[in-house]
Design a protein around this ligand. Structure first.
Ligand code: GLU
Length: 426
């Protein structure tokens, strides 16, 4: 490593910066704690590879629509790249690139033998038929087939994608390779090489780190009041897990609004009423807005929906003692600072939402070995990994006097830096 240390790390905490810029500034600051030089920053501040593809799809009405997709591979010094594919109208190249960096941090934190990757297609799956989605999924895999593979880059589900889509993608890739290749993608259905426990793994991981955080501040989960923003895969499983653990779920939300009931919501009923995209609140006339929900009284707040929800504007009004980020990027850097100053314990996204990729790793290991584990084995190993990751982040935050997000980046970057040095890249 050259002598120029990145010691002038200036974190731009203005709320104007994009997700990509704020990711780069946090990488820069984390490197300053790790004696990283400018060359290292230049290497890690963006993905090694980004592929943009156009996918023509025959729609059910006979027209052809051309979709745009991306796959970003942040860094493969540690191992193949890994990360989900999102289907969303707001997907951009910048977002996919930022999220690929986050995946490197998640994999580093959990000590998985991967670097980060991410993919996305600009589309609205809520308005597409299953046949159109299948054609789009297969077209995307054909377009990126040369850069993915069980030892290259392993996609998985993300926003608005699911095990069914993973099954089509795995099938398409296997056809291209001319042999069955379950390890090319994770989050598959059980019958074709999925792992026990993958479906609920993100929520399971959030619950594990929440338990650790609650112990640190002496808050019993039993009887604690919880608000969960978002009722999709992570949010809905979480509501159920926390209810089972004796917590009182007082608030939930979806894209159209939020429900808040200080005595506790009827989660079992809401779970039966929600649609596959997590929408349920429109059935209720007494709903409030998402922004109103975030500042309602509760012990634990779990943003499990979209990014940029807790900002400079509302961070001072958050009433929770613990905030656990189940979504990617729900809190801005400035809001992180403000809440940390107020003594709120924040468990950052790269740690709190790592359960998904950890169980994806287990799925890939099982595919490679052809030997499948029980759900108990998955749960136990997930817990081992996340408890130790949480401890490392918590200790680093105390030792270096930094907030939990910065601590997570410091821990997450450590092994990646060692790998690029050992390979002689830097
Ligand atoms: N999309 C999930 C994430 O953002 C899972 C990624 C994976 O399983 O590879 O962590």
């Amino acid at each position: 490593m050259s002598e120029t240390v990145v010691n002038k790390a200036v974190l731009d905490h203005s709320e104007e910066v994009s997700l990509y810029e704020s990711t780069q500034s946090i990488i820069r600051e984390a490197l300053s704690h790790l004696n990283g030089d400018q060359a290292l920053f230049d290497l890690l501040k963006e993905p090694l590879r980004v592929l943009t593809v156009r996918i023509p799809v025959k729609m059910d009405d006979g027209t052809v629509k051309v979709f745009t997709g991306y796959r970003a591979q942040h860094n493969d010094a540690v191992g193949p790249t890994k990360g989900g594919i999102r289907f969303h109208p707001d997907v951009t190249e910048e977002e996919v690139k930022a999220l690929s960096i986050w995946m490197s941090i998640k994999c580093g934190l959990a000590n998985l033998p991967y670097g980060g990757g991410k993919g996305g297609i600009v589309c609205d799956p809520r308005t597409m038929s299953a046949q159109e989605l299948e054609r789009l999924s297969r077209g995307y895999v054909r377009a990126i087939s040369q850069i993915i593979g069980p030892a290259k880059d392993i996609p998985a589900p993300d926003v608005f994608t699911n095990s069914r889509i993973m099954a089509w993608m795995m099938d398409e890739y296997s056809c291209i390779c001319e042999f069955g290749s379950p390890g090319v993608i994770t989050g598959k259905p059980l019958a074709i090489g999925g792992s026990a426990g993958r479906e609920s793994s993100t929520a399971n991981g959030v619950t594990i780190v929440l338990n650790e955080a609650a112990q640190k501040i002496g808050l019993p989960i039993e009887g604690a009041s919880v608000i969960i923003q978002g009722f999709g895969n992570a949010g809905s499983y979480l509501a159920k897990f926390l209810l089972d653990a004796g917590a009182k779920v007082v608030g939930i939300s979806d894209a159209s609004g939020a429900l808040y009931e200080p005595e506790g919501l009827d989660i079992d009923l809401l779970l039966t009423q929600k649609d596959p995209y997590g929408s349920v609140t429109s059935l209720y006339p007494n709903r409030i807005t998402n922004q109103e929900l975030l500042v309602k009284p509760c012990d634990i707040l779990i943003p499990a929906a979209i990014s940029n929800q807790i900002t400079e504007e509302n961070a001072g009004d958050i009433q929770a003692k613990i905030v656990v980020e189940a979504a990617n990027g729900p809190t801005t850097l400035k809001a992180t600072e403000l809440m940390t100053e107020r003594g709120i314990l924040l468990v950052p996204d790269v740690l709190a939402s790592a359960g998904g990729v950890v169980v994806s790793y287990f799925e890939w290991v099982q595919n490679n070995q052809g030997y499948y584990w029980t759900e108990e084995m998955v749960d136990e190993r997930l817990k081992q990994i996340l408890v130790s990751s949480f401890e490392k982040v918590y200790e680093t935050s105390l030792a270096k006097g930094v907030d939990m997000r910065m601590a997570a980046y410091i821990v997450g970057l450590n092994r990646l830096i060692e790998a690029v040095q050992l390979r002689g890249w830097i």
